[in-house]
Design a protein around this ligand. Structure first.
Ligand code: ATP
Length: 521
């Protein structure tokens, strides 16, 4: 598995991802996509859009779906009437408990700080008897075993042990709910702190970014940057129903930015404060919701593997009942084995009729679906149930990058290569004239311009061919095309494939068909 620092450095070096406003020292939790990154991320979003909207065929029953269904798209505004967020529960409830360290000034999400009891006092190690020294370390309780976390924080533990008179801890245990208990908190050594008792009590911290609309900055002008794209879909449910001639079951898909004032942005783009979501709200009858939930779980899982993620790195994890939001009837996460641990790429939830019911109550506007086919009056109007597959474009892009990164050897030389699926690769093909003379640049230029009409392609006439291959391997380009002396007479070129490094002779007129088959879309 790729070490995160190697991937971050490749992303910076080759122009995939840069820290935002870097020349001013950056802004924590914000990232910019460079020339290669923007192509990759656009391809991820396009693959999603094509898969769920554009190429979806609503006239037949496909992919194991319980019935044929329709899909339409939407692009709603980032700023919405603040009542939306009252109805959705975000104004009152969208908060994480956070704790601050008064000494180091670090801030943590309380649910991402594990508190251990370290047992000292084993005579054999020569330690003084200290029982139950409490120690907090970043991590997610229940997800990472205590022994693993402890290994990561070995230096901090050693520092505590030294202050207490030496020795290694003879035992460890995770202590639940310690942060909320003032007595226990007073005994906790925070990460990097020189003494215990520096953590504050957990406080609720709303994750929405607030702003003001118009010239007046008072209570009446407050608006929020949306923390999810989903609510933009719910508030347009009736508009779509009345205009798009769709009937249940159908889905509305949207891709767009979302903002969360995350307490602790980390792991490169994984947890950012500004990110993009790819969300579907799929409306169906209550009785059919469990079937559609199963369908979307499988369908969304397969999307990642079809685009090249190795199945052994992907898990579909069903939530435990106590993890479910109060309104949800089921939720599963697609999780990827990132170098920093297995983490969520996408959540698929059965949200019941919660959101539409809330908007109906808060707006006073009827959100019910009208079924003119229903035989009984009582069945004619109802709120549909909703299955929500909610994916992150940035997390997806990061997972595709992690999975594609490889180091191998070609001709005895080490190389770094991104084995990206051709559909996702930022550059589909690179065209090289073998030398910059004898008519080769003209033929290469002709191929370049022809392919450019369909795909993002590159032209490179600088340096030895081997170096040009390496540059494209690192960018994830699936094919390199070399125009040589023979090309001028036989109208064929050498196509070298990125992963196998195999070369074949292909007619210039066949290139589009050859690439088109693999790129698809
Ligand atoms: P987490 O538990 O990791 O904070 P979440 O369960 O709150 O995520 P959702 O509200 O379900 O996330 O959002 C749906 C998707 O949006 C996530 O699966 C993820 O891909 C993406 N996402 C959410 N928060 C962030 C973030 N801070 N940075 C990047 N992507 C995010």
């Amino acid at each position: 598995m790729v070490a995160m620092d190697k991937l971050v450095s490749l992303c910076k070096r080759r122009g995939f991802i840069f820290p935002s406003s870097e020349i001013y020292g950056g802004l924590n939790g914000c990232w910019d996509y460079g020339p290669l990154g923007v192509e990759l991320k656009r391809n991820v979003k396009q693959a999603w859009w094509d898969d769920v909207v554009r190429l979806h065929d609503d006239t037949t029953q496909q992919d194991g779906a319980p019935a044929p269904y329709s899909m339409v798209g939407l692009d709603s505004a980032l700023l919405m009437n603040p009542r939306v967020w009252e109805a959705s529960g975000h104004v009152g409830g969208f908060s994480d408990p956070m704790v601050d360290c008064r000494e180091t000034r670090n801030r943590y999400r309380a649910d991402q700080l594990v508190v251990f009891a370290l047992m000292f006092g084993d005579d054999e190690t020569g330690g003084r008897p200290h029982e139950d020294v409490l120690f907090a370390a970043p991590g997610e309780p229940g997800k990472t075993p205590a022994s693993e976390l402890l290994a990561v924080h070995r230096r901090q533990v050693a520092a505590i042990a030294k202050r207490l008179g030496g020795g290694q801890p003879s035992g460890i245990a995770v202590i639940d709910a310690a942060l909320g208990d003032a007595d226990k908190r007073a005994r906790i050594w925070a990460p990097g702190a020189s003494a215990p008792g520096t953590l504050t009590a957990p406080r609720a911290f709303n994750l929405m970014f607030k702003t003001h609309v118009g010239a007046l900055e008072d209570h009446s002008s407050v608006a929020y940057l949306r923390p999810e794209t989903a609510q933009g879909i719910f508030v347009n449910f009736k508009n779509v129903l009345d205009t798009a001639r769709v009937r249940l079951p159908f889905g509305i898909a949207q891709i767009g930015k979302a903002f969360r004032n995350e307490i602790n942005p980390r792991n490169f783009t994984f947890r950012s404060r500004e990110f993009e979501q790819m969300e579907i709200e799929f409306f169906c009858r209550r009785s059919e919701a469990p079937q559609w939930y199963q369908f979307w779980r499988q369908r969304r899982f397969r999307w990642y593997t079809a685009l090249g993620i190795r199945p052994e790195n992907l898990v579909l994890r069903e939530h435990e009942p106590d993890e479910l939001a109060h309104y949800a009837a089921g939720c599963a996460d697609v999780e990827y084995a990132f170098p920093f641990g297995q983490s969520e790429l996408e959540g698929i939830a059965n949200r019941t009729d919660f959101d539409l019911a809330q908007h109906m109550e808060f707006s006073g506007k009827d959100q019910r679906y009208f079924d003119d086919q229903a035989s009984e009056e009582k069945d004619k109007r109802f709120l549909p149930y909703v299955i929500e597959p909610s994916a992150g474009a940035d997390r997806g892009t990061l997972a595709f990058l992690c999975d594609a990164y490889a180091e191998d050897e070609v001709g005895g030389q080490p190389r770094t290569v991104l084995r990206l699926h051709p559909r996702l690769a930022p550059i589909k093909a690179a065209v090289f004239p073998l030398v910059r003379k004898e008519g080769m640049p003209e033929v290469a230029g002709e191929i370049f311009r022809r392919l450019k009409r369909r795909w993002n392609v590159a032209y490179d006439d600088k340096g030895a061919i081997g170096r040009r291959y390496r540059r494209q391997d690192e960018a994830g380009t699936p094919w390199c095309i070399t125009v040589d002396g023979d090309s001028l007479t036989d109208r064929s070129v050498t196509v070298r494939e990125r992963d196998s490094c195999e070369q074949q002779r292909v007619g210039i007129d066949e290139l589009e068909t050859l690439f088109g088959e693999s790129i698809g879309g």
